[in-house]
Write a protein that binds this ligand. Structure first.
Ligand code: C5P
Length: 243
């Protein structure tokens, strides 16, 4: 069974502060998106990567990827044996993923969805997700236990006011969920056709269909680069890998 990966990379990255779209900001001098594509192309199982670019930036992203792929001596549009294509994204992550799915050619029955904002995911994590889908799961998420205790709050009466705490879920049964999330393609397509609510990951859409989702161990280095401190951490992880 062939595996394709959709990488939503159309976000603005507002929480990271002013600057280029998040996926185009650099780590160790290389755009985050390039790291993310490399991380998935590193898996021998992944034969196609679909990058979902900012709506007005698809051409720029395509030439960026070509520029990083070509030095390996491979023809434009491939990356060491992994094909890639670029499509324009939408206003929400959910819409961007759907547009990526619509661009997928037939023949890839397993689909991974991976945030460009998780550029340092190790290939072993990618392969573990793929293996779980190959073993029969329709939806797989890499997940880690939480270090912090989590509270559920009510919205504050006014911005900046203290928020009433209403519950403390049992931390031992909570997981922080990462990407790549892996899916039976037909199930994921059905989820994107059916679920229209605002959601923050793809597995939750499959849950809403009533289909089972399972978690496998994630990895600390698959963290999401969201805020400025995450960039500091990501640079440090990269520097350590290059030692
Ligand atoms: O906003 P969030 O951190 O959840 O974004 C996760 C991923 O979704 C990022 O890689 C971002 O580029 C992508 N995204 C997108 N299209 C949007 C919004 C976010 O592809 N409209």
């Amino acid at each position: 069974t062939r595996v394709a990966a959709v990488i939503p990379a159309a976000g603005r990255g507002v929480r990271l502060g002013p600057g280029a779209p998040k996926a185009l900001r650099t780590l160790g001098g290389t755009p985050m998106l390039v790291h993310a594509v490399r991380a998935l192309a590193a898996s021998r199982a992944v034969s196609l990567v679909v990058v979902v670019a900012p709506p007005d930036g698809a051409a720029e992203v395509k030439s960026l990827l070509d520029a990083h792929a070509l030095p390996g001596g491979t023809p434009s549009g491939t990356w060491g044996g992994t094909d890639f294509m670029v499509v324009p994204g939408g206003d929400s992550r959910q819409e961007s993923v759907r547009l990526g799915l619509e661009a997928l050619p037939p023949g890839h029955d397993i689909v991974l969805v991976h945030d460009a904002a998780r550029p340092l995911v190790p290939v072993d994590t990618v392969d573990a997700v793929i293996e779980a889908v190959r073993d029969g799961a329709v939806a797989v998420v890499p997940a880690l236990p939480l270090a912090d205790t989590v509270k559920q709050v009510e919205p504050a009466a006014e911005p900046g006011a203290p928020e009433p705490v209403v519950a403390t879920p049992d931390r031992a049964r909570l997981r922080a969920v990462q990407t790549p999330q892996g899916f039976d393609r037909a199930t994921l397509v059905r989820a994107h056709e059916t679920v229209t609510d605002g959601v923050t990951d793809d597995a939750s859409m499959v849950e809403q269909l009533g289909e089972p989702v399972v978690a496998v161990p994630g990895h600390e280095e698959a963290f999401k680069v969201t805020r400025p401190l995450d960039l500091v951490l990501a640079e440090a992880v990269l520097a350590r890998r290059r030692l």
